[in-house]
Design a protein around this ligand. Structure first.
Ligand SMILES: [Zn+2]
Length: 210
């Protein structure tokens, strides 16, 4: 199986290009949700609908080529987008323009203005998390458990990330796991292009406890 990595925006290791965002008003969510074909339960989160307006927060001396916020949306810089669209890699959708209404600089003073960002969403893969091999622990396990969507329950945390099968996508979420995963091709893409603020942790080391 190809190597898998957790896109570790929760890790909060403040780097030279750590960049976060929060949605600014008006914050509109979609009214449609996806439902599991097997159990009918909701899958994923509410969508964030245009106009997409954000407040950026930076912690280093550069703006990231990725910026992370609440929910599953990610901002990528125009440069990331152009390279991505030429790369042949797959797993991102959206590419919606974002308006920056405020920039808060928490780190060093630096004068660069932020790059143009677009909003992307990692696709939901058909691949699934292996709860047992991942050492998943529950505050409240899913009940009843649906083996198709694997939604529900409250997670306490996990020891590592083990998938049941290899995702086709180079960046995605998988059934049973809302965190964003990437593969070795994605890792090479960010390294070869020197893209900033794409923190990756190998799946076997990606323990997390809430
Ligand atoms: Zn289901």
């Amino acid at each position: 199986m190809k190597a898998i990595y957790l896109l570790n925006w929760r890790g909060k290791v403040y780097g030279e290009a750590t960049t976060d965002f929060v949605q600014a008003e008006p914050f509109n969510t979609g009214t449609d949700e996806d439902n599991c074909p097997a159990c009918g339960g909701p899958v994923g989160m509410w969508s964030w609908e245009p106009p997409l307006r954000v407040e950026l927060e930076t912690w280093g001396s550069h703006f990231g080529d990725m910026a992370f916020g609440p929910g599953g949306d990610i901002l990528i810089s125009e440069r990331f987008k152009d390279l991505w669209l030429k790369s042949g890699l797959m797993g991102l959708e959206g590419f919606d323009p974002v308006e920056i209404v405020k920039v808060v600089r928490r780190g060093k003073r630096f004068k660069d203005s932020p790059p143009a960002y677009v909003r992307v969403m990692p696709q939901r893969s058909q691949a699934a998390l292996d709860f047992v091999a991942s050492g998943m622990q529950w505050v409240k396990p899913p009940s009843p458990r649906c083996d198709v969507c694997r939604e529900g329950g409250i997670k306490k945390g996990w020891e590592r990330i083990v998938l049941e099968e290899e995702p086709r996508e180079n960046i995605c979420t998988v059934r049973g796991f809302g965190e964003v995963l990437v593969d070795e091709h994605f890792k090479r893409f960010v390294e070869e292009n020197g893209l900033l603020n794409c923190p990756l942790v190998p799946a076997e080391e990606a323990a997390h406890w809430f």
